[in-house]
Design a protein around this ligand. Structure first.
Ligand SMILES: Nc1ncnc2c1ncn2[C@@H]1O[C@H](COP(=O)(O)OP(=O)(O)OP(=O)(O)O)[C@@H](O)[C@H]1O
Ligand SMILES: [Mg+2]
Length: 213
């Protein structure tokens, strides 16, 4: 069974057609890349997959259950889409702790460990409002992975990261794939896509065009 499948999905905004009857099957343990110009619908596609936005027609199934009907939010998803909302006056650790309390799955040590993995200092007293762009991005990555989410939906996860951090996060994602996790990414950087992805789709003429050779 596919982890995620889209069947005959169409989506428009006030006369702006983004997707016209698209189908997609996402299999476990692979990395999928989605490319296309600004405004082509990559983020909207990810939002539909996560149940934040509904298609005009067609079905989206996650683990065989239809989103919006039997399933609201897929709890085993780790997500970065657009700019995540933070509590500006709290530290990075405190922000992650707030999020961790929602599910109660992980302890403080796991939060600290995850911060170190992405290159943030868990003990730092700096508030998130004073974080640099790249540090905010690392915090977004940390929240998406800290609960060992089985499916990662990462919209432009590499934005604003320095070269060394890009390398580290790429290796991290490849190690997750080896563990059997499923990852969807968008990136405007061809190298990210080429190095990481097993399958690549380009949004072209409101369809998903497979770029696999
Ligand atoms: N809630 C909304 N209401 C109206 N239009 C929207 C809405 N959300 C997205 N759009 C439009 O849908 C189109 C696709 O947006 P989307 O953010 O998915 O593009 P993208 O491929 O992710 O672009 P980028 O590469 O810049 O991130 C854009 O023209 C955008 O303005
Ligand atoms: Mg986008």
């Amino acid at each position: 069974m596919s982890v995620i499948s889209l069947r005959n999905v169409s989506k428009s905004y006030k006369g702006l057609t983004l997707f016209d009857n698209i189908d997609l099957s996402i299999e476990q343990g692979k990395i999928y890349g989605f490319v296309g110009p600004n405004g082509s619908g990559k983020s909207v596609l990810f939002k539909m997959i996560c149940g934040f936005v509904f298609p005009d027609s067609g079905k989206i199934l996650v683990d065989g259950l239809e989103m919006g009907k039997s399933k609201r939010f897929p709890e085993n998803f780790g997500i970065i889409i657009d700019r995540p909302g933070y509590i500006a006056n709290k530290t990075g650790f405190q922000n992650l702790k707030e999020l961790a309390l929602i599910r109660g799955k992980i302890n403080d040590d796991k939060i600290s460990e995850t911060m170190k993995i992405v290159g943030l200092e868990p003990q730092a007293k700096q508030k998130v409002k004073n974080y640099s762009l790249g540090m905010k991005q690392k915090l977004a990555i940390a929240q998406s992975i800290m609960e060992d989410q089985k499916v990662l939906i990462l919209d432009e996860a590499f934005n604003a990261l320095d070269a060394e951090s890009v390398e580290r996060i790429r290796n991290l994602l490849l190690s997750y794939k080896e563990e059997g996790r499923t990852i969807l990414i968008t990136s405007h950087n061809k190298e990210d896509i080429n190095l990481l992805c097993d399958h690549v789709f380009r949004i072209n003429n409101h369809k998903l065009e497979s770029l696999d050779r």
